[in-house]
Design a protein around this ligand. Structure first.
Ligand SMILES: *Cc1c(COP(=O)(O)O)cnc(C)c1O
Length: 231
């Protein structure tokens, strides 16, 4: 087996143990392999090992890989910041956009989604830590944004995505993931049909699963360490 195949197996084992500890069904937690900064060849290895869903932060970089791997079963998720001038690339090349945090961006994605493609699957990024400089909609503005996005015909709202601050231990990591779960349940109680709570990364996927994550986004533990950008 390749290193990537071995790493994928190890991550699936971590997910299974975390589900067991939390009394959850492992089929309710999907694995998104975050392939940012890694070449298409690394994604191809993961595809060969059965991985299907891939997350990318840098839109221009991702489009190259999406084109190189056209015809494979890869499913592409945009998980990085989306500026207005990049919405067309996202609408034309991705299956999912998880980092939508403004109605204007959602409307552009809706208008630019090509007619021959399925609706773009969307998660709203929510800033549960309240840091003013962080990406994500503020929790008190979430419900209005979610209902507005759910009306857009070329988008399909699937849930929420969040990136809490790193935590020193399991207990505090669980506490940092809890608010997103609460917001997710509240939106469902308001009648939105959502199935995706995207939270948890290499360092904190156990805590995220404990708190109710349905999709963990794992980069380093699958593909290895990333060189700092710009080197
Ligand atoms: C890079 C990234 C990840 C993966 O992080 P790792 O620590 O490498 O697992 C997950 N989500 C987002 C939004 C990211 O930017």
């Amino acid at each position: 087996m390749t290193t990537i195949a071995n790493n994928l197996q190890a991550v699936h084992q971590r997910i299974a143990s975390a589900c067991k500890a939390a009394g959850r069904d492992p089929s309710q937690v999907r694995l998104l392999a975050v392939s940012k900064t890694f070449a298409a060849a690394a994604v191809a290895q993961a595809l060969g090992a059965g991985q299907r869903e891939f997350g990318e932060n840098y839109i221009q970089e991702a489009v190259g890989k999406v084109n190189e791997l056209a015809g494979t079963p890869a499913i592409w998720h945009c998980i990085g910041p989306i500026q207005s001038n990049k919405t067309r690339l996202v609408a034309e090349h991705f299956d999912w956009a998880q980092s939508v945090d403004r109605l204007k961006i959602a409307q552009r994605l809706n208008d630019q989604r090509p007619a021959q493609l399925a609706p773009l699957q969307v998660c709203i990024q929510v800033n549960t830590d309240g840091g003013p400089t962080k990406a994500g909609v503020a929790p008190d503005a979430l419900a209005e944004l979610a209902h507005a996005i759910s009306e857009l015909p070329r988008l399909r709202l699937r849930g929420l995505m969040t990136i809490p601050e790193p935590a020193p231990d399991f207990e505090s990591a669980c506490a940092l993931h809890a608010p997103a779960r609460l917001l997710f349940e509240q939106l469902k109680m308001q009648g939105l049909s959502l199935d995706t709570l995207s939270m948890g990364m290499s360092a904190d996927l156990e805590a995220a699963i404990h708190a109710g994550s349905t999709m963990v986004r794992v980069g380093t533990a699958i593909f290895g360490g990333r060189a700092p950008m710009g080197t």
